[in-house]
Design a protein around this ligand. Structure first.
Ligand SMILES: CC(C)(COP(=O)(O)OP(=O)(O)OC[C@H]1O[C@@H](n2cnc3c(N)ncnc32)[C@H](O)[C@@H]1OP(=O)(O)O)[C@@H](O)C(=O)NCCC(=O)NCCS
Length: 234
């Protein structure tokens, strides 16, 4: 875990909009800053995505800039990220609020997000839906995702959501795809007999597997499969 060090200065405090933050969603985590993402942050977020989704992932694994440019307008409170003291984005997350009729039934990533534009956002919905979360490989395993999920849970509570759901990646599946069906692989990960670099961590974060989402998103590591995970908002 990264220790709190108040003496490491953040180089660009002027970029942090305390006043504009409706719920003061800005905090320190060690020497990192957690705050809402703004449109001008997009180039740095795309750099992070390229570090996270290296080959064999292709360009389809990286956000489309035009889609991402709509996120702040659609649901500004739902887009949270973390920066290091130099202003480099080391973690990023995207979310939308959806009606349960869409979020808790079989769907694709594109259907849930309207091709990543978040045009599906419905403030009256009762499911806070995690569209994406990515932590810089150099910072993984240090609690950054846990901190982002806690902050997202705060937003979900304030939005009046009852469920936090997401389509979870299973990036370890391609290694065993010749031996196991996607659902048999997930069953082993849930049992703890197999480790998946993403799903295992999300189970540790308190999520439960609901059902498989075949053809969820083009993803070489997951053979295009994902799994719907959820937990109650408390
Ligand atoms: C999935 C991802 C966001 C997790 O981020 P992270 O910062 O490494 O996660 P954390 O360090 O907060 O760990 C979360 C939990 O998993 C556990 N965990 C982390 N690394 C682990 C490991 N190697 N083995 C077992 N458990 C592990 C942690 O202990 C923690 O649980 P705890 O708080 O109860 O101890 C990150 O691995 C990532 O960006 N992956 C690539 C992109 C991706 O697949 N995103 C998900 C889209 S659905």
């Amino acid at each position: 875990m990264i220790g709190y060090d108040p003496f490491i200065p953040y180089t660009d405090w002027s970029a942090l909009d305390f006043a504009a933050a409706p719920w003061r969603m800005l905090e320190r985590f060690g020497n990192l800053i957690l705050r809402r993402r703004r449109t001008e942050d997009i180039p740095k977020v795309l750099e992070l995505m390229r570090r996270v989704y290296q080959p064999p992932h292709g360009p389809e694994a990286i956000w489309r800039q035009d889609a991402m440019a709509q996120h702040e307008r659609r649901f500004r409170e739902g887009q949270l990220m973390m920066l290091d003291p130099t202003g480099c984005v080391v973690a990023d997350s995207t979310a939308v609020v959806l009606p349960r009729e869409l979020a808790l039934r079989p769907h694709t990533w594109s259907e849930a997000t309207d091709r990543g534009t978040l045009a599906t956002h419905d403030p009256e919905g009762d499911v806070f839906y995690g569209v994406d979360i990515a932590v810089d490989p150099a910072f993984q395993g240090q609690g950054l995702a846990r901190r982002l999920y806690e902050a997202r849970m705060t937003v979900a509570r304030r939005m009046g959501c009852r469920w936090f759901a997401a389509g979870a990646r299973i990036p370890g599946y391609h290694l065993l795809a010749d031996l196991l069906s996607p659902s048999a692989y997930v069953a082993e990960v849930v049992k703890g007999t197999l480790f998946d670099p993403t799903l295992t961590k999300q189970l540790r974060l308190g999520f439960t597997v609901l059902f498989m989402l075949p053809n969820y998103l083009k993803d070489v590591e997951c053979c295009d499969h994902a799994v719907l995970i959820a937990k109650p908002v408390f």
